[in-house]
Design a protein around this ligand. Structure first.
Ligand SMILES: [Zn+2]
Length: 99
């Protein structure tokens, strides 16, 4: 009985945690962590990054940031945010799907 009641009111509740409606077909090429099944949160780690920042000094001696440039010299890794498994094998796919 309670379940019938829930089914009646649930569709009217907002679902702030879901950006996509559940009834959309999920693409077959979604990345899923083989270790823990996580398919939502991923961390990209850049090794050996050189960050160059141009500042101009103002009349009062303070500085204003003019230009910010970062250059990745090392590898880019993809890490599961849940279990920290190395998912770098999926990184090229990740980069393709980055918008
Ligand atoms: Zn994982």
């Amino acid at each position: 009985m309670a379940r019938t009641h829930l089914n009646l009111i649930l569709p009217q509740l907002p679902k702030p945690d879901h950006l996509q409606p559940n009834d959309l077909p999920s693409p077959a090429n979604r990345i899923v962590c083989p270790e823990c099944g996580n398919d939502e949160d991923f961390v990209e780690v850049a090794e050996n990054v050189v960050i160059t920042t141009l500042y101009t000094q103002n009349l009062d001696g303070s500085f204003t940031l003019e230009e910010d440039d970062s250059q990745v010299l090392g590898a880019l890794k993809l890490i599961c945010a849940q279990c920290e498994a190395d998912l770098s094998q999926f990184h090229s796919r990740f980069a393709e799907m980055l918008f």
